[in-house]
Design a protein around this ligand. Sequence first.
Ligand code: SF4
Length: 330
Amino acid sequence: MIPFDYARATDARTAVATVMARPDAVFLGGGTNLVDHMKLGVAAPELLVDVTRLPLDRIEEMPDGGLRIGATVRNSDLAAHPLVRQRYPVLSQALLAGASGQLRNAATTGGNLLQRTRCGYFQDVTTPCNKREPGAGCAAIGGWTRHHAVLGASEHCVAVHPSDMAVAMSALDAVVIVLGADGERRVPVTEFHRLPGDEPERDTVLAHGELVIAVEVPALPSTARSAYRKVRDRASYAFALVSVAAVLDTEEGRVRQARIALGGVAHKPWRATRAEEALRGAVPAEDAFRRAADAELSAARPLPDNGFKVPMTRNTLAAVLRELGTQERR
Ligand code: SF4
């Protein structure tokens, strides 16, 4: 491993100032992704500013019934929190679908949002990768693409975002609270992650030195139901081939509102706005679920090895909506 400096932050503003002052400095959370990258040679920061001891480890109920989740809350603690399990099953289920028990005990809320793609070429420093080295080329294009994107990709990068939690946060319309040199700013999680475009090296809209300090999840209507489903190559400790997070709210036998996000299919959690629009006012039944999935997936552009993701997404989305529709009628 390449030598690096280590500093433990005692307050958030000093941590931000320290990282902003050094282009080679980064924040260290649970380390479950960054430390792997340092071992692989994907990242070589010269200074790690450890933010895990900052007082950002609380889950607080907001006046509107939503939750404010501190950035250093561990994934396992968030998944097990009674209010998360009771009000946001989609979030608890997504967290428990991610990684392993040991990793969830270490990984933080902020770090989960910021984890980087598991594209095998990105992690293999012997292959060209525009995300690792802008302008180098993309080994995945023309390579093995089973795990890559079918929506929103570019000619520069076809990677997918690996987080389960972020997919649930997208369906919940969560807001990321970011601290920078000029104070706090609020970024809807749907705008936090980027599509690759011609800058695949940028995963998010964060500037260097900006620190995620919390995520706020708004309250859901009392009649809304939510769920997360993940399809993967093995039953645990695997990233999603396809995942679906959905919130469904119905009234008098019609869909009042559906909020849907897809994982494993794009460079960011993919908010399925076409499917949501197709469902608005529909009777929550199989034909409407299939029509909604088709509306969203008409934009899919599968790669040579991942055409299966299109019907897999269609079927998974229909299954989650069916499950929620059934819950509504109980
Ligand atoms: Fe790199 Fe993106 Fe290509 Fe993977 S898909 S090799 S991350 S540029």
